[in-house]
Write a protein that binds this ligand. Structure first.
Ligand code: AGP
Length: 609
């Protein structure tokens, strides 16, 4: 979704802004723009479509200036047009604004400003901010920071903002409310980005803005946080959590493949310092473990792939900890009838930690006084700030739109959490084999990655199919749903995931001669039932591709093709079984010549509702 970038320093800003925007491309966008402060005022360039268009425009009409802001826009209010692309300027063209988030009361503000004589040139909610700041400056407010602070009092909604003014050359003012914004300090100036990735490796120190804060960044290197002492500001500065290695393709043809391949190490990082030989240590859980383990009920709220990881977490926690768990799509968990109250705990699961619906669901849970907990990959993200307790994945930045290593990271984090809570409730003896299994996970995932060549040949044989069905039982259900989602988003195949028992209650009608049916048939307590479901599909002409446990002699008798995986405890099935399904989607997308890293219509972080 939208991405913000800013630079104030001694170098020409436009090329640096463009580099930052390139790094933010992975989030998804449909137009882009930059504005700089020049000796004649503010100049800006905007273009629809990919960044190459903006780049070409900047080559034809270069921008000078050492202070500037930039933006990748993912359209919400108004179509992706040049007029709607950010930066937006005020009537006199002397204030420019870029914005992530949504200004909820923009219609009423727009009417008020129009009545005062303002002319609007876009359909966006953002433009009101430029006019408000210009109005504040006109009333004689002495600084841009004061003008921005005064303007913010009129806004309702969520925002990360970066603002420049020709009346105050040499500075950018930034503000945040419920939308991430980071300041990066480097040798050649100070930067601003809605995602650390945007610093492009050139920040040696980083400061995450907090909700309600306003910052001023100056080209001469000075910086201040409104209402925060220089010492307190200094104390919050940290080393960057993202390096260039993390975000480069590193020799891979696609980021998605790199992230799939990174999973053994990613899982090692989730486990590091947490998995003992006989115990689990989870720093973020210690203070609240009693309340969590004594919850009347645990709700989990998440979207997309994170929702599938939560479904896996539900099975683990219900199975090992014996607490009822409800998993809700975060977008459905906001209405008055949700039964959550102070006896419950609510776990928000989000790779980015900035998914709008997940954040709103957690806010509701907080209002109802439930214990809130976050499982996220992004340190300091909105989810982490909102929940105050939780587990970081530490799988490294995930830049391909399709989530891969975050899913297995989340599933691993759930396994740790379930074991920790099981220990808390005194079920430790039962879980020794799982502790040993977790220690083996990276090796098993390495083995699963070796199925790639086989998957390439499977794809070659089925790539003409338009539809695919994924089925699983028990711990295999979240995997079937996730396998289908991955194939849909990366290869644009009409893919459906089902609990296998549901097949004959409707979906079987979709099966015709040659329809690929991917069956999660790893050894488990529901193995026999799973075999029967595969037979049902086969009898209707399906081409059955099974995930099977090495040495299983029954699955090969039914399936047309078997992808063999190591013999793993069924509770960890989702983690190892995810690998061939991710590879299937990747290889199929590549075979179709699609942009697997940035599938059409999708964005990496969905920061609007
Ligand atoms: C997964 O491949 C997705 N692109 C998408 O479903 C994603 O998982 C979802 O938008 C939730 O994102 P989050 O984990 O950052 O909250």
């Amino acid at each position: 979704m939208c991405g913000i970038i800013g630079y104030a320093g001694s170098r020409n800003a436009a090329p640096l802004l463009l580099q930052g925007l390139r790094r933010l491309e992975y989030r998804g966008y449909d137009s882009a723009g930059v504005a700089t402060l020049t000796c004649e005022g503010i100049a800006h360039r905007r273009a629809v479509g990919k960044l190459v268009n903006l780049e070409a425009l900047l080559e034809k009409e270069p921008l000078l200036g050492t202070v500037g802001i930039g933006h990748n826009r993912w359209a919400t209010h108004g179509k992706p047009t040049v007029e709607n692309a950010h930066p937006h300027t005020s009537c006199n063209g002397r204030v420019a604004v870029v914005h992530n988030g949504t200004i909820e009361n923009y219609i009423e503000l727009r009417k008020e400003l129009e009545a005062e004589g303002c002319t609007f040139s876009s359909e966006t909610d953002t433009e009101v901010v430029a006019h408000l700041v210009e109005r504040a400056l006109r009333t004689g407010v002495p600084s841009l920071e004061d003008a921005v602070a005064a303007s913010l009092t009129h806004l309702r909604g969520a925002y990360a903002l970066a603002i420049i003014s020709a009346e105050h050359p040499g500075e950018i003012v930034a503000a945040r409310l419920s939308s991430a914004l980071f300041i990066g300090f480097g040798a050649e100036g100070v930067m601003l980005s809605s995602d650390e990735v945007g610093f492009n490796g050139s920040a040696s120190e980083v400061l995450a803005l907090e909700d309600g804060e306003v910052a001023t960044l100056c080209a001469d290197g000075s910086r201040r946080l409104r209402g925060v002492s220089a010492e307190d500001m200094q104390a919050r500065i940290t080393p960057p959590s993202v390096s260039l290695d993390d975000i480069d393709k590193g020799g891979y043809p696609h980021l998605m493949l790199k992230e799939i391949d990174e999973q053994p190490d990613a899982i090692r990082n989730v486990l590091r310092g947490r998995l003992g030989t006989n115990s689990i240590k989870l720093g973020g859980v210690e203070a609240i473990k009693g309340r969590l383990a004594d919850s009347r009920r645990i709700y989990m709220v998440a979207c997309g792939t994170s929702y599938h990881a939560a479904l896996f977490g539900k099975r683990l926690i219900e199975g090992l900890v014996r607490i009822p768990v409800e998993v809700a799509l975060a977008s459905e968990f906001f209405h008055e009838d949700v039964l959550v109250d102070k006896r419950d705990s609510v776990i928000g699961v989000s790779q980015s930690g900035s998914t709008f619906d997940t954040l709103r669901a957690i806010e509701l849970a907080k209002k109802r006084k439930a214990l809130t907990f976050g499982i996220t990959n992004r340190v300091g993200s909105e989810l982490a700030q909102l929940t105050g307790a939780g587990i970081y994945l530490h799988v490294g930045p995930e830049c391909a739109v399709a989530s891969t290593k975050a899913f297995t990271g989340q599933a691993t984090a759930f396994a740790l959490l379930a074991l920790r809570l099981a220990y808390e409730r005194g079920y430790m003896q039962d879980i020794q084999p799982l502790i040993r299994g977790l220690a083996m996970l990276p090796k098993w995932v390495e083995q699963a990655l070796r199925t790639r060549a086989q998957i390439q040949s499977i794809v070659a044989s089925i790539s003409k199919a338009q539809r695919a069905i994924f089925i699983g039982r028990g711990y295999g259900v979240p995997l079937a749903l996730e396998g289908a989602l991955k194939l849909k988003e990366v290869a644009y195949i009409d893919a459906h995931g089902y609990a296998a028992g549901e097949l004959k209650h409707g979906p079987l009608a979709l099966v015709e001669e040659g329809t690929p049916v991917v069956a999660v048939a790893l050894r488990s307590k529901v193995h026999t039932a799973m075999l029967a479901n595969m037979e049902e599909a086969k009898a209707r002409g399906a081409h059955v591709i099974a995930l099977a446990t090495q040495g299983d002699y029954e699955v090969p008798c039914v399936a047309d093709e078997c992808i063999e995986l190591p013999d793993i405890p069924e509770e960890l099935m989702a983690i190892v079984g995810a690998i061939p399904l991710q590879l299937l989607a990747y290889e199929w997308g590549v075979a179709k010549g699609l942009d697997v890293d940035q599938p059409r219509n999708l964005a990496k972080s969905v920061t609007v509702g």
